[in-house]
Design a protein around this ligand. Sequence first.
Ligand code: ADP
Length: 744
Amino acid sequence: MGGGKTTRKYRSKISVKVLICFLIIGLVPLVVVSFVLITAAHDQMLSVATAKQQSTAADLAGRVDEYLARKTDSVTLAARLYAASPGQADQILTSLLKQDSSLQKVTILTTDGLQRTATTVNGIVKIAVDRIKSDDSTLDALTGKQTLLTINRDVNNNPQITVGQAITSPQSTAQKKNAGGIIANYKVGNEWKSILSDKDGASSYAYVVDDTGNLVYHPDPNVLSTHTDLKNIEVVQNFVGGTVATQQTVSELGQKVVSTPGATQAGWGVIVEEPVSSIYASSNAFADIAVSVSTIAITFSILASLFLSRRLARPVQKLLIGVRRLSQGMTAQKIDIKTKDEFHEIADVLNNIGNNIGSMMNNLKANNRDLTFEQSKLHSIINSVNDGIIAVNRKGEIISINLPAAKLVNQIPYALKGKRITEIFPWKQEGEPLELNFIRTGITTHSDIVLAKGESMAYLDLTVEVLDDETDVAAIITIHDQTASRELSFMKLDFVAIAAHELRTPLTVISGYLDMLQNEAIHELSEFNAESLQRAIVGANQLRALINKLLNIARIERGDMEIFIEKLNLTDLVTKNVEEHQPIAKQKEQTLTFTNHTNIAQYAPADPASIVEVLNNLIGNALKYTPRSGHIQVNLIANEQHVRVEVIDDGPGIPEDLRDKLFTKFYRAERSLIAGTRGTGLGLFISRTIIELQNGTIGIESREGSGSVFYFTLPVYDPTRDDAIVAKNISGGIHGWFKKRSAH
Ligand code: ADP
């Protein structure tokens, strides 16, 4: 898994960080302190060593001086002795050789061209007398000098010191010329070891060069045998050049050394040297300790950082695995960290988060299950109801639609989603396209909606509920399909209309005969028969009225009510109708009077037959519900716009709360039922329909005391407006200016 890699990467990072921390905290100060201390110690050691070396160099130079002085003195003495008694030459030479074992050879050179040389061979002094070689320049070298001091090599390449002394006689002194010279060759041997034995440190040593850099003595025989001079060695060069300061340089052995030359009186140099490593030996020991300590510290740091990083990385790794599990939704697995530190705390917090997420997820799952269940329930409910249900957004686009709604337009619900509802459902109300509002919240109902469905029509009632919440759904439209019940009720209405029509024909015949009897034979009838005839006539009239009502109701319900508008003289019509009702009033001993309060004939654009029907209903009801001997007053009132006909009685009156209900279909007040009056509860409904079809109003007003005031108004005839309507009616082109349903 990629995670393992990541964890390892993190662990190494942590360990590196820890290691760096350890190193910075522990090691850096140690190194710095060590460095500072060692540097200071070095400086101190160097200055001590330098001081010592300088005094040693001076001391040793003094010793060399003493040595040379001793040798020079011996030779000088011998020269004087020889000058005093030249015949003693051999004795002088022998005694000189015997005095000093380092003296290898001593020679007396005389101006007469002879040289007398004494050497020691196996402890016996041998003296040889020769002529001075012609190329020997020793005497010349001595000319003008008292002593001569040189360094040169013997036959074995061992360095030897040559001390020469001029021999002066009284004559020669007068002639300012030497009488000869005495030359002594000293080997540079063990004697020098002791001369230069005072050394500073274990590795300190001294060697001697002459004033030109020729090597006189060196404690290392190798150097002595291989180098005749050290002129190319820096310190020697400096010395020859006149500088006698201490310096750090590279020695003749190739070592780094601190070197101090000490100058002898003869101009020779005693070079005291000590390797730098030896000077710093003790501080190097300290440095070694520092290095050891640092090594231990580094080792410890690495181990500690490994240990700590493991301690840090392991919980981090566990946390990481835990968090990754959480992110993958595995909330049940706990992070197991018991370190009693912040990691422990983080683990606890994460475990708690895991618990919470776990229970939240469980709740969510449960809720989701419930929701899914509810949703499918709702879905099947919505699809199983007969009513169509459509959810739309604010733009009027279909969000959801159930099967019954989709079936109205011969579609499946899925195909209609996202489409505009007005394009899918071209519904109409009273012949006009129906615009639905999805902005104003609340419920609106739309009845008698027609939707063309291929060849046929669907009759629908719509309920539009506009929601006020912020969801996508702006409105829910419920569609109740009334087509089937509408067809059924139309069939019923057709039946009623046919039945009524069929009844009216024989009734007309019966009424004709009854009228004929009344007009022509009433006087021939007995009182009982005359009364019976009268009752038959009343019954026939009631039956006609009922049949008319039924036919009117059927027409209204089917939307087939036809109105023929003309310029109607309302005054005449009411006067006539009141007259026609007088016989009935008389029968109940009621007074029925009519007053035209306008004093002139009032005209209205109206259909006389239907207005007669309304008057029959209102005046008939007044007579019917007003007790015997009551009074019924009919008034005609008008203003500029309206003519008003009111029928006032002093009957039982209408309670306030019933007034609206009276104009609905089949409504009969309880009291009427109790009083036993006959009625259908249709009259006022038909009257309202007739009056409203002709732009009028109808209603009840309260009356002081008892009784009722029923009224209707019609517009006053306005020729500029109404003549055209009337003309159309007369021309017979239009049967009525109102037809409720264009489809029928
Ligand atoms: P119907 O008279 O055939 O019952 P209507 O529609 O004409 O039907 O009247 C409805 C009801 O109104 C009546 O049943 C009656 O209770 C009440 N009503 C109508 N006119 C009057 C009136 N003038 N006085 C009292 N009640 C009346």
